[in-house]
Design a protein around this ligand. Structure first.
Ligand code: 8YV
Length: 314
């Protein structure tokens, strides 16, 4: 059945997406209201769908304040900021924006891997600082043919692996279990994966199930010649352990698009030439963000028209 009521936007979204939502649906931007609590006291009954970003999610307290809420639509593939079990218990369906960002996130992961192994950003700083004339740049690490581990062989992990095949890399992975339709070697733990690889690319989902998965022990298994790439969530890596490993040269380098407490980046990383630091931009291309916005609109549209979502989370 069609859903009748208000679409509640609970966090900032792309301006073009906000505009399209407002044009197509009765939309209220909760975060822009002078008194959101008053709105919830007086108008909560009218809200049937909530739209949010992967960054903010929808808190349980907000779900509970909206008695007619039937859908939570996320802009982003990650939705760990929303308690899906709580939503389900309340009969609320949840959607994300899968697949449309695989290519851009994988492209950026490969770019980050090449950057830290060949020290592209560090070498650029070297040229800009006028140091080239004084001494040749130190040698770096070969990328092609190396052993790479994919931590989390989901949609994005597979897209990363496919690209790295083109670099003749020896690809292994660690996932919840072996995946039947890939030619890559399965390793049951993150520690074994790190021990057997020259680089580990983190593409697992965030949330409680993967918190701290890349521990001090895993970083030590990666070792002083090993590189880490994280395009997943900062929570997956024990960040203080990573900071210590970078500072002490116990890993060779890291390319990081995500952090434990964005936008705050530990000072020791800011001061290190061994790390590439990116402001959570892996999906941030015009094309991909537009595709994500279209999928959000598609989900809202479908829910309002038929009461079901286009890309529900499983
Ligand atoms: C977005 C992301 O930048 O999809 C995700 O899970 O982390 C990114 O694509 C972010 O979620 C936008 O809020």
């Amino acid at each position: 059945p069609a859903a009748q009521g208000t679409v509640l936007q609970v966090s900032p979204l792309l301006p073009a997406l906000e505009k399209a939502l407002a044009e197509r649906h009765r939309t209220v931007r909760l975060h822009e209201l002078p008194d959101p609590a008053a709105y919830l006291r007086e108008q909560a009954e009218g809200v049937v769908a909530a739209v949010t970003s992967a960054r903010f999610g929808v808190a349980n307290s907000l779900m509970d304040a909206l008695p007619k809420l039937g859908a939570i639509v996320h802009f982003g593939v990650g939705y760990e900021t929303t308690d899906v079990a709580h939503a389900r218990a309340r009969g609320i369906d949840v959607s994300n924006t899968p697949d449309v960002l695989n290519d851009c996130v994988a492209d950026l992961a490969v770019g980050g891997l090449i950057d830290v192994m060949r020290e592209l950003s560090a070498a650029d700083r070297y040229v800009r600082a006028g140091r080239w004339g004084a001494a040749p740049y130190p040698l770096t690490s070969r990328v092609s043919g190396k052993r790479v581990g994919i931590l989390g062989l989901g949609r994005i992990g597979r897209a990363v692996a496919r690209r790295l095949e083109g670099f003749d890399m020896d690809i292994a992975y660690c996932s919840r279990g072996p995946v039947s339709d890939v030619p890559y070697r399965y390793l049951p733990t993150a520690r074994e994966l790190a021990a057997e690889c020259d680089a580990v690319v983190v593409t697992v989902a965030g949330g409680a199930g993967t918190r701290g998965l890349v521990s001090a022990e895993v970083l030590d298994a990666l070792g002083p010649r090993g590189f880490l790439v994280n395009v997943a969530r900062g929570s997956v890596v024990d960040e203080p352990a990573l900071v210590a490993a970078v500072r002490e040269g116990r890993i060779a380098g890291a390319a990081l698009d995500v952090f434990a407490d964005e936008p705050n980046v530990p000072q020791a990383l800011l001061e290190s030439d061994r790390v590439l630091l990116l402001p959570h931009v892996a999906s941030g291309t015009h094309e991909t963000r537009q595709a994500m916005a279209d999928l959000v609109l598609g989900n809202v549209q479908r829910f309002m028209a038929e009461g079901v979502l286009l890309t529900p989370v499983l």
